[in-house]
Design a protein around this ligand. Sequence first.
Ligand code: MN
Length: 168
Amino acid sequence: MPEAPIFVVQLHDARRLHYDVRLEVDGVLKSWAVPRGPSLDPSVKRLAVPTDDHSIEYAGYEGVIADSKYGSGAVIVWDAGTYTNLTLDKSRRLIEPAQAIERGHLKFSLHGTKLTGAWAFTRTERDWLLVKVRDAAADADVDLTAEEPQSVLSGLTIEEMAATRPSA
Ligand code: MN
């Protein structure tokens, strides 16, 4: 049986603080930068800007990217786990994530430490949006980014990680 594809959300204190939401698709991490991070409130649409694919190994990275390098600044693994693709076409057949991204709509269920339930990335004219799908895991009253700021790997906050030495 194939293993479930992974996802990771890395909080990255680069020039502007943002959350990198990455989903394993066909052997790489498809990536979106979400400045304000995921919201559990289904009425909130979060801007998600597509960024470069990353290698699967990068999902485990946290540390401080040196000043001389692209994306310099602290990174923590804010959440991680696996996901299930839920994207259906018009005839309600499951379509593959790569094709779903090409078509501009990817619905998936997250099995993380912090994030659970169904979510969707949807392409708009200019960018993409990340939205929580209405389900039992939705909650308009909880701001996870504020309440659970720490890494699921090290327990460090982004400020604590920034205070450590660059990992070169
Ligand atoms: Mn980033």
